[in-house]
Ligand binder design. Structure first.
Ligand SMILES: [Cu+2]
Length: 270
C-alpha cells in the first residue's frame, strides 16, 4: 500500500512540477504560461471534478440499486409500467440544465481564444514536410526550424523537441501567430500557451498567445502529416524585452528575407 502511495505521489508531483515540455508518466497538463491555458485547465477541472464524477457516481448508484432492489428473486411478477410523465420530464430537464452549465463556460473559453487582441509581435509559422518555417513579417526575418538529431544534442536539449532555430518572442506581449502549410496539413501546437491551430495549404489560420514568464517552451506538430510527423517539433523561447530587441538585431542580419543592399536598391528605384 505504501509503495502504491509513493508511486502515486511521484506521478502527481511530476505533473505539478514546472514543465514546459512533456514529462515521463505525466498525468496532467503542463504548467500554464498564459491566461488562455489557465482558462483551459480551469475548464477541464470544472468539467471533471464536479460534473463528470457526479454523473458517473449517480449512474453507478442507479445501476446497483436497480440490480439489488429489482432482482428476479424479489420480483417474481415484474412491473408492466411503460410510461411515467413526471420521470420523463425530470430526466429531460435535468440533462438540459447540465448541458447549459457546461456550455456557457466552454463558449467563453473558446471565444477568448478567437478574439485576438491588438498584436504587438506577429509571427508566421509555415508547416513543411517535415520542419517549420518562420517569418516575422514586420521585421524582414525568415528562417527554417529543424529538429536536432540525437547525435547532435547538446547538454539540456530535450530529445525530439529541441530545434536548431528557435522562435523568439518577448514576455508579456500579445503575439499573433499566422499559421499555414506548404504541402499537407500540419498543426502548430504549444501546450503551455494553450495554443493549437491547423496549418492548411492555401489558407492562413490565426491564433495568439501572451506568454507570462520567460523560458523555453516546447510543442509538436499535431496533425498527422507523413512519415516524419513526430520529428518536426516547435520551440519558442520567451525572453525579456531587451533580450528580444538584441535577438531581433542579430536575426535581421542572420535571417534577412532579402539582402539589405537589394532592399535599399528597391527603395531607391521607387
Ligand atoms: Cu505533423
Amino acid at each position: 500500500m505504501k509503495k502504491i502511495l509513493i508511486i502515486f505521489t511521484a506521478i502527481l508531483s511530476q505533473s505539478v512540477a514546472l514543465a514546459d515540455q512533456p514529462k515521463k508518466w505525466q498525468m496532467g497538463f503542463q504548467e500554464p504560461a498564459s491566461q488562455s491555458m489557465r482558462d483551459i485547465v480551469w475548464f477541464h477541472d470544472y468539467m471533471l471534478v464536479p460534473i463528470i464524477v457526479a454523473i458517473s457516481a449517480f449512474v453507478l448508484f442507479l445501476m446497483l440499486y436497480a440490480m439489488v432492489r429489482f432482482r428476479a428473486s424479489r420480483n417474481p411478477n415484474p412491473s408492466k409500467r411503460t410510461h411515467n410523465v413526471l420521470v420523463e420530464v425530470v430526466w429531460t430537464l435535468i440533462p438540459c440544465l447540465i448541458l447549459i452549465v457546461m456550455a456557457v463556460p466552454s463558449f467563453k473559453v473558446l471565444y477568448s481564444q478567437d478574439e485576438i487582441p491588438k498584436a504587438e509581435v506577429t509571427i508566421k509559422a509555415i508547416g513543411y514536410q517535415w520542419y517549420w518555417g518562420y517569418e516575422y513579417p514586420d521585421e524582414n526575418i525568415i528562417f527554417d526550424s529543424y529538429m536536432i538529431e540525437d547525435e547532435d544534442l547538446k547538454e539540456g536539449q530535450p530529445r525530439l523537441l529541441a530545434v536548431d532555430n528557435e522562435v523568439v518572442v518577448p514576455v508579456n506581449k500579445v503575439v499573433k501567430v499566422l499559421i499555414t502549410a506548404n504541402d499537407v496539413l500540419h498543426a502548430w501546437a504549444l501546450p503551455a500557451f494553450g495554443v493549437k491551430r491547423d496549418a492548411m495549404p492555401g489558407r492562413v489560420n490565426e491564433t495568439w498567445f501572451k506568454a507570462e514568464r520567460t523560458g523555453t517552451f516546447y510543442g509538436q506538430c499535431s496533425e498527422l502529416c507523413g512519415i516524419k510527423h513526430a520529428f518536426m517539433p516547435i520551440t519558442v523561447r520567451v525572453v525579456s524585452e531587451e533580450e528580444y530587441i538584441e535577438w531581433l538585431n542579430e536575426a535581421k542580419i542572420k535571417f534577412a528575407k532579402e539582402p539589405i543592399e537589394d532592399k535599399n536598391k528597391l527603395i531607391a528605384s521607387k
